[in-house]
Structure formats: C-alpha cells, structure tokens
Design a protein around this ligand. Structure first.
Ligand SMILES: C=Cc1c2[nH]c(c1C)Cc1[nH]c(c(CCC(=O)O)c1C)Cc1[nH]c(c(C)c1CCC(=O)O)Cc1[nH]c(c(C)c1C=C)C2
Length: 569
C-alpha cells in the first residue's frame, strides 16, 4: 500500500503519463504499428457530464498528444450535477439539484485520486462516520420516521421495541428460515430484487426496507429492478452455496485470508487490483476518507465539474463544443478506421471525423429512466426539527394517504453536510416522483412541486414555518433503471457496438457501470486504461465485462485496503 506525497496537478500527471514505464514498455509493441498511428489523433467525447469530463481527462492522460473534442448539447458541462449558492438573510446556502455527496470505499478510490490530481483535496468536506448526519438514518413507516439502528449505536431496548412494533421489521425472523428455502432453478437468469427477497426471506422485507433503499439510490421500483445486477453479491452468494447462508459460510471459512471475503466478477477483480496498484493517495486525505461516511466539496459537487473543466480547457489539446447535440455517429464509408460524428440541429448539421469516439450518450434500448423532482428548501430557523440525521426514505409500502405526493424521501441537508452554508437556518431536500411517475407525459409544475413538498413536510415533520427560499428542479429521465434482464441486454449491446464500430467507439456513463458519480468516474478510468498503448486499436467497446455474463465469480478480500488506517510498513 502506498500512501504518500501531495497532489500532482494534471499538467505534471500528463507529463508523467507520457514517460511512465507502462507506456514506454509498450513501445516495442508500438513498433509493430510503425506505419500506423501510435495514438488516436482525434478523439471525440460525446456528452459533457461527469462521465464525459472524466473520460476526456483520463484519455488526455493516456494520450497527451491527442486532440480531444467534447460535444455537449447543453450550454455548459456537468449534466445532472448542479450546485447553486443562494443568498439568504444572514449569509448564503448551497442548493444541490442532483447528487450531493460521494461515498468513500473501494469504488471511490479513482474519484479520490482524481480529486487529488486536480488539487481539490483542501476543498473536500467530510461527514464523519459518527456524526448524526451519517449515523441517524430514518425510514418513514407507517406514519412517522423510524430511526434505524447503526453500528456503534446507543440504541435502547425500548427503541428496538418501538421499531419492532411499528411493523417496519416484519419478516426479519424469516431470515432464519433462509437455508430451508429451495435453491433457485438453474434456468432463472434474473428476477426483480423484490422477487429475490420474497423467495429467500419475506415479501414484507422487500416492500418495507428494500424498497426504501431502492428509492434512495435509484428512485426505482423494487419489483422491477434487477437482483442479478443490483444486488449481485447476494445473487452470486446464493448461486455459490445453493442458499445464502451456505454461500456466506463458504466465504467465511476460506482459510486464505483473515479479512472479509466477497465474490467478484473476474473483470472487476482485475480492475480493483489495478486500482490498488495505480492509486496513490496522500496519507492525510486517505485517513480522512477512511473516517468518513460521505464527502463533498465546500461549493458543492459542481466544484468537481468546474475544476475538471478548467483543467481540461488549460490542457491545450482539449476543446469543448457546447450546444453541440450529437445526431448520429457511424463508421466513415470512405475509411472504416474513422468515425463520422454528426452534430447540430436539422437546419444546420455538421459532420467531423474522429479516430476514436467515447460515448456517454444514452441508449434507450438498454434501460428505461425515471424522472425525479428535487425541492430544495431553506427555513431561517436553525434546528427546525428535533430529529437530527441524514434524512428519511419512504418505502413503497406506505399507504397512499400518508404519501399522496408520491415522495421518495427527504434529506436533512443541514445535518448531512456541514460546512457549505454561512447561514444558520435549516435546509431540506424533498425528492418526488421516480418510478411513481413512470409513463407520465406531464409532470407537476414548480408551484405544484413546492406545494407538494410543503404539504409532505407539514404532515410528516409537523413543520408549519414557511421557507424563505426554495428551488424546484425537474430532472427528466435522470436515473437509468437497471431492470430485470439488464445483463442480457448489455451483452447484446456490447456485441452490437463491437460489430458496428470495430473498436472505434467506446461506451461509458451511468447506463453501463452503475448510476453513482463514483461509478461514472471509475468507468471512465477503466475505459481509458483499456485504450492504453495500442489497445485503442483493438476491437473493444469498454463493455468487455458484459461479454461473459455467466462466468464464475471469484473469492477475494472485500476491500482493497487502500483506505485502511494502517500506516505503510
Ligand atoms: C437526484 C436524486 C438521486 C437519487 N439517487 C441518486 C440521485 C442522484 C444517486 C444515488 N444516491 C445514492 C447512491 C448510492 C451510492 C452513492 O454513490 O452514494 C446513488 C448512486 C445514495 C444517496 N441517496 C440519497 C443521497 C443524498 C445519497 C448520497 C449520494 C447522492 O448525493 O446522491 C438520498 C436520495 N436519493 C434519491 C432519493 C429519492 C433520495 C431520498 C432521500 C434518488
């Protein structure tokens, strides 16, 4: 494990990338291609959200001489990441319209490395694991927020009794019967998370606890989201042991390691090993990450976007084209080594040729999407509610009359993240819609959204005060839904891209490697790594993991150890 040094800036890392051993050892291979290009001269990145920006950054590190063009349909980059500072009496507050925090752990290591390389570590703010905003998480059931037990909690016996009598935990005793349940049929390729939990444990656990969690991550329906993809560990462990209990026992009895074991797709295992080799975090930063439950930036998540964008702008070989909507891309008929990208509107289309295209654009055949409305509210009274915590999620089992607004959850922003606001009042975000709005053509207006959020807060938290500031944001089709059958659809898509583009198009984004910001950044890194040296000419797609959906998973330590508190030996 290496934990050392200060953040190198992009300029120096780009120089390092040009001379590092991995690249120079590829020179022998380059010679075989002496008559052809050793790097893609022109690269297009389609989409200027976090996946597109991170792709441009990592590709620029791999190929410092390539000319990279980022095509973005909107006027600016960032996609769903939007942070706004709002003046309020006594100071200001930060409103996040999309993702607001990052979670440390092995999936955050590339993000952490990126933050360090961008020189942003001093701007990171952490929510410590033992802070109320991290520890106190609530689920609304059946008519009030119920606090869930957390590690290292002073949870009283009476609190447990109260939680039990609320009915939220109904079905938990049936977890003990799991080993007696029948093995899943070998023909079952996938099922919904709800059906998996019902089959192994109890339907009530799916409707109460699991549906709340799925609201908080995917704003999605527990009865539609894929168990095989989204709770892949549980799905694989069941397959590994015949039932979950036996699968876990087999993992625990593995004598090769004293640390917690997990199952990994071989492709992911290779990737985490590469991350362990290549990530080199500053010791203090790594320690802060290890002690925190979540982290973000003083000026919100948009700070990551703006810094990344300006580093790319200063790079010299990266150009942004805003208002450049991609209409089509295809291999050039005259030269199948090039991809023609057509952008613009029907009145004025323009076509450019590229050696390589990185696409973060959506493919509606792969996943459906849900629409989420976020209502950010600021009340001048500090500590407006007695509960302190991250916020609460609302499961699908809550009766309609308790949640007629079809809200998914409420975030107590002022507790969850401290250090972004100079004003001392209370900030909440109410999240509405998600899968409840599937198939809707018209969504609530801003006024309706605000009124829905306020009536919810009055009913759920007894808030009578009016907010002095609020913002309603409708993110149409913002979160892809990895629904049942996703792996098979992804495999088909991987083959299509390979056949159609012969390696000249690589796919990144929230539809292919996870919906979180960490997932998007890690996916961009992994894609760029897959181009290394002359591999950019191979007939790859960036979707290689999907080509072998039925491969056996491997047992390995659950964490990389890069964020452990141990000092280097
Ligand atoms: C705009 C709404 C979003 C909802 N989920 C996501 C967004 C952007 C994406 C997301 N949220 C979480 C994860 C888990 C892994 C991670 O990267 O942290 C993902 C992929 C967990 C999470 N859920 C909520 C928050 C504040 C977080 C932390 C990450 C983040 O800031 O998004 C609360 C929450 N998110 C959604 C709802 C309905 C909700 C309710 C309280 C949907």
């Amino acid at each position: 494990m290496r934990l050392k040094r200060h953040a190198p800036l992009i300029e120096s890392t780009l120089k390092r990338a040009a001379v590092r051993p991995a690249a120079s050892s590829l020179c022998n291979r380059c010679r075989r291609y002496a008559s052809s290009q050793a790097y893609p001269e022109k690269v297009a990145v389609l989409g200027g959200g976090i996946s597109g920006l991170a792709s441009a950054y990592f590709v620029a590190k791999e190929f410092p001489q390539s000319k990279i063009t980022v095509h973005e349909a909107n006027k600016d980059s960032g996609g769903w990441i939007q942070s706004r500072r709002v003046e309020v009496p006594g100071g200001d507050v930060l409103f996040e319209y999309g993702p607001r925090t990052l979670r440390p752990g092995k999936d955050a290591l590339i993000t952490a490395q990126l933050i360090q390389e961008l020189g942003l570590t001093d701007n990171v703010i952490f929510t410590k694991k033992n802070a109320p905003g991290a520890k106190n998480r609530y689920i609304y059931y059946p008519d009030r927020p119920q606090r869930l037990p957390a590690a290292g909690d002073d949870f009283s016996f009476w609190h447990l009794v109260e939680l039990w009598s609320s009915g939220l935990l109904a079905g938990i005793p049936n977890v003990l019967l799991e080993p007696t349940r029948a093995c899943r049929p070998s023909t079952l390729r996938d099922e919904s998370i709800g059906s998996f939990i019902e089959r192994r444990f109890d339907k009530r656990l799916a409707n109460n606890l699991a549906s709340a969690v799925m609201h908080g991550i995917y704003a999605g329906d527990v009865w539609k989201l894929s168990a095989r993809t989204l709770i892949s560990q549980a799905w694989q462990i069941e397959g590994f042991g015949g039932n979950i209990y036996r699968g876990l026992s087999k993992l625990l009895e593995n004598p090769s390691s004293p640390v917690r074991q997990a199952l990994f797709h071989p492709h992911d295992l290779a990737m985490y090993k590469a991350i362990e080799r290549e990530v080199d975090l500053d010791e203090t930063f790594a320690e802060h990450l290890a002690g925190s439950a979540m982290f973000t930036f003083e000026n919100g998540m948009a700070e990551l976007i703006s810094t990344l964008k300006s580093k790319l702008e200063n790079h010299g070989h990266v150009e942004f084209k805003f208002g450049s909507r991609v209409q089509d891309y295809k291999l050039a008929e005259t030269n199948p080594q090039e991809v023609e990208v057509t952008t613009g509107s029907t009145e004025s289309l323009s076509t450019e040729k590229y050696d390589l295209v990185i696409s973060s654009l959506r493919n509606s055949d792969l996943t459906p999407f849900v629409t989420v409305m976020t209502v950010n509210l600021y009340f001048p009274t500090p500590n407006l509610i007695p509960q302190k915590g991250f916020g609460y999620l609302i499961p699908q089992s809550v009766a309609f009359e308790k949640n007629p607004e079809r809200a998914l959850g409420v975030i107590f922003d002022s507790d969850a993240i401290t250090g972004q606001d100079s004003a001392e009042g209370t900030k909440f975000t109410v999240m509405l819609g998600g899968h409840y709005w599937d198939g809707w053509e018209h969504f609530p207006s801003e006024t309706e959204g605000f009124e829905m959020a306020m009536s919810l807060l009055q009913r759920h938290l007894k808030i009578k005060e009016k907010p002095t500031h609020y913002h309603v944001n409708l993110s149409k089709d913002c979160i892809p839904q990895y629904t049942v059958g996703y792996e098979d659809r992804l495999q088909k898509y991987a083959h299509q891209v390979a056949d159609q583009f012969k390696g000249r198009v690589r796919i990144v984004g929230n539809q292919v490697g996870g919906v979180g910001v960490n997932d998007c950044i890690k996916g961009a890194w992994s894609m760029a790594r897959g181009l290394r040296g002359v591999a950019w000419k191979e007939p790859h797609t960036g979707l290689e993991r999907a080509l072998h959906p039925d491969v056996a998973w491997e047992v390995a330590p659950a964490s990389t150890g890069l964020l452990s508190k141990r000092k280097p030996q």
